[in-house]
Design a protein around this ligand. Structure first.
Ligand SMILES: Nc1nc2c(ncn2[C@@H]2O[C@H](COP(=O)(O)OP(=O)(O)OP(=O)(O)O)[C@@H](O)[C@H]2O)c(=O)[nH]1
Length: 304
């Protein structure tokens, strides 16, 4: 199965959840009136798009309906799909980090798929002929270091690690020296990012930041938060918390396979204005790909 098929299959439950209800609204009404909009609004909120995003979409939809003098609810559907596609479009600079010396931190709470995403993303970049080094800076758990070591066998990328409990900033320091010595293109760093104690998290990220600024000022910075799509609205609150302590430049949305909450992708992007740059649809190396709004919405609405 190719990635698009996997994404489409993964979005089955989301599709059942949102799209069949949306179709019910579009086909069940004969007039575009307040009641129609109310029903549509309720459906989008149920689909985990969130209140704010839904309001925005409905407002835009109302405008377009007026502009185009649309009378039939069924004709509205195409407009809705177009609006969601536009809202999720990444713009031209989303992957700038790939084309220059860069350091990418993957942050997020435990179990969201951070370590796995480092392994998969390294593989993806290696396939683009980039020289990638992975830094095992989640030193909190020995298993995370072991897991990343496993990934380095799978993706053929070098890993820099120290023992469990060592200072994450020291691992970052070592990795930067390695990245410079081996002329790496991208340095991908796993982090522990525990939210239980915001002060410690802030301290850890601040320390890492200081090392990068001092040792690798020429590197382009990218901070990707990893969020688990199955957690729905909870993913939004995680993003809110992390945004308070560091600058987030993009999102990796994992576990899009088999969740009914895929609509969260739309909510996150529109609520925070931070783009979803990658989506994960499984545990294999090829199961992480760049986000493409056209493909995502097509998969969601079972188009193509
Ligand atoms: N189905 C599915 N599982 C995934 C995906 N991404 C990661 N996982 C699984 O989610 C689990 C947690 O992933 P980890 O990479 O260990 O998560 P983490 O955030 O690094 O957590 P720690 O290593 O404990 O810090 C693993 O079993 C992964 O295989 C995905 O896109 N789909």
């Amino acid at each position: 199965m190719g990635f698009f098929e996997k994404l489409k299959a993964g979005l089955n439950k989301t599709r059942d959840n949102i799209v069949s209800s949306i179709d019910y609204v579009f086909n069940g009404f004969t007039n575009i009136d307040d009641e129609f909009y109310e029903e549509l609004e309720e459906t989008l909120i149920m689909g985990d798009l969130g209140v704010r995003t839904t309001d925005e979409i409905i407002e835009n939809l109302k405008e377009k309906v007026k502009e185009n003098a649309i009378k039939q609810p069924a004709e509205c559907k195409e407009l809705l799909i177009q609006l969601i596609k536009e809202q999720m479009d990444l713009g031209p600079n989303a992957y700038d980090f790939e084309n220059q010396k860069s350091i990418v931190l993957l942050i997020g709470v435990n179990g969201v798929g951070k370590t796995t995403s480092v392994g998969k993303l390294a593989g993806l970049l290696k396939n683009q002929n980039k020289k990638v080094i992975m830094a095992a800076a989640d030193t909190f758990r020995a298993a995370a270091i072991e897991q990343l070591t496993e990934w380095s066998h799978r993706n053929g990328c070098e890993i820099i690690a120290q023992s469990e409990g060592s200072d994450p900033a020291a691992v970052i320091f070592d990795s930067i020296q390695a990245a410079k010595a081996r002329k790496a293109d991208v340095l991908l760093c796993d982090t522990a990012g525990r939210l239980q104690n915001k002060k410690n998290l802030m301290e850890e990220l601040r320390k890492i930041d200081k090392v990068i600024t001092r040792e690798y000022p020429e590197a382009y910075r990218e901070n990707l938060i990893v969020l688990d799509a199955t957690t729905g609205q909870n993913a939004l609150s995680q993003l809110r918390e992390f945004k308070d302590v560091t600058d987030i430049t993009g999102i990796i949305l994992t576990k899009m396979d088999g969740t009914a909450k895929g609509g969260i992708a739309v909510a996150i992007q529109s609520e925070f204005g931070i783009p979803v740059k990658y989506v994960g649809v499984g545990e294999q190396i090829e199961d992480l790909q760049k986000f493409n709004s056209e493909d995502f919405v097509n998969a969601l609405f079972d188009l193509q």
